[in-house]
Design a protein around this ligand. Structure first.
Ligand code: PLP
Length: 359
């Protein structure tokens, strides 16, 4: 019997076992063709259906209407930090950004290369332990950018500023398809696949066509969203294997009941974790309660001298990926879609046991 490992990695991270099994099978023999998925042309009748199904499953799972296009692009979400302003922001115009942590900060830095950036709201002085509750967005801004889930800080937007008055752009890398949102009210959504929907190497991009074509700069062919739309996400060779893993994950998500069903499970996992955290004075969660992330929970021990011992306990119980990000310290547990409530229960049981022993 293989041992049970509780995988709390932040990214790349846990995916359903069924996905790993189907993906490895396809490497050896894709759809009983006798060929590996790694050795077939992307424009063949073998691969084209993979791309088509992946795009249409995203539309179905997100409930997207006709205005929105779904693309799979190369590179991580970090590529979108520059590709978004390159496609949407004129040199003399303003883009509005919310400053909520490391990832938002990186997006802001790149946007400044293309135009003016205003900070619509910031939690920097609170050390990114909350989501700003008041936003100030210029009505002339090209768009408002939010990071729906700050993977490192452990915060999440639970009230989306849909009515900001300008196109809404979101980095959803670490909470994509984890909860129900009004996806049609976003004008652009991007997400690196490796946190919640697949393997590293591919980006999901959902874009409202109507916001494109408004910048005056010359955009290099491969970076212009319109070219990817025109070519059905096949402008050049897509990251075929990564797209296939995304397709498998989307099929799995649908089989689980879709986004509504997974949201319920994610809510249940987060409640179990945070209720335990709040009940044990030995532990402390720095994030403001209403802004806590359901995906990435960060916490420390009130007595830092105990942290290593708790870490060792976790290790002994086959819990991986719980060490906090180097910039925050302490612990971070990621509870992405594929993580079972049993893993969260194993962790919370261990926390209780540890608290009893030390308390
Ligand atoms: C991981 C992450 C990124 C960066 O993704 P890469 O694929 O490594 O470029 C960007 N934004 C958020 C919110 C993330 O969690």
């Amino acid at each position: 019997m293989t041992k049970v490992i509780h995988n709390f990695n932040a990214g790349p991270s846990i995916l359903p076992k069924e996905v790993f099994e189907a993906a490895s099978k396809a490497v050896l023999n894709f759809n009983d063709t006798g060929l590996s998925i790694l050795e077939i042309g992307h424009r063949t009748s073998l691969f084209q259906p993979v791309m088509n199904e992946a795009r249409s499953l995203v539309k179905e799972l997100m409930g997207l209407g006709d205005k929105h296009e779904v693309l799979f692009l190369h590179g991580g979400a970090s590529t979108q930090f520059m590709q978004v302003p390159m496609n949407l922001l004129n040199e003399n115009d303003i883009a509005s950004y919310t400053e909520t942590g490391t990832w938002a900060g990186k997006a802001i830095k790149e946007a400044r290369l293309f135009g003016h950036v205003e900070i619509a709201g910031s939690s920097k002085t609170e050390n990114y332990t909350c989501i700003p509750d008041e936003l100030s967005v210029s009505p002339t801004a090209a768009y408002l950018h939010i990071t729906t889930n700050e993977t490192i800080a452990g915060t999440q937007w639970h009230a989306i500023p849909y009515d900001c008055g300008v196109p809404l752009v979101a980095d959803m890398s670490s909470d994509i398809l984890s909860r129900q949102l009004d996806f049609n009210r976003f004008d652009l959504i991007y997400a690196g696949a490796q946190k919640n929907m697949g393997a590293a190497g591919v980006n999901l991009l959902v874009v409202n066509k109507e916001i494109l074509g408004k910048v005056t700069r010359t955009i290099p062919t491969i970076l212009d969203y319109r070219n990817h739309i025109a070519e059905g996400s096949m402008l050049n060779t897509p990251p075929v294997f990564a797209v296939y893993v995304v397709l498998l994950t989307l099929r799995w998500l649908k089989s689980q009941g879709g986004v509504a069903a997974i949201e319920n499970r994610n809510r249940e996992k987060a409640n179990l974790f945070y209720n335990t955290l709040d009940a044990l004075p030995l532990f402390h969660g720095p994030v403001a309660t209403p802004d806590r992330s359901w995906m990435n929970a960060v916490f420390v021990m009130k007595d830092p001298a105990l942290e290593q011992e708790f870490m060792d306990w976790c290790k002994k119980e086959n819990m991986v990926g719980i060490k906090g990000h180097r910039s925050v310290g302490g612990f971070r547990v990621s509870m992405y879609n594929a993580l079972t409530i049993d893993s969260v229960k194993a962790l919370t049981d261990l926390m209780k046991e540890f608290a009893t022993k030390k308390g």
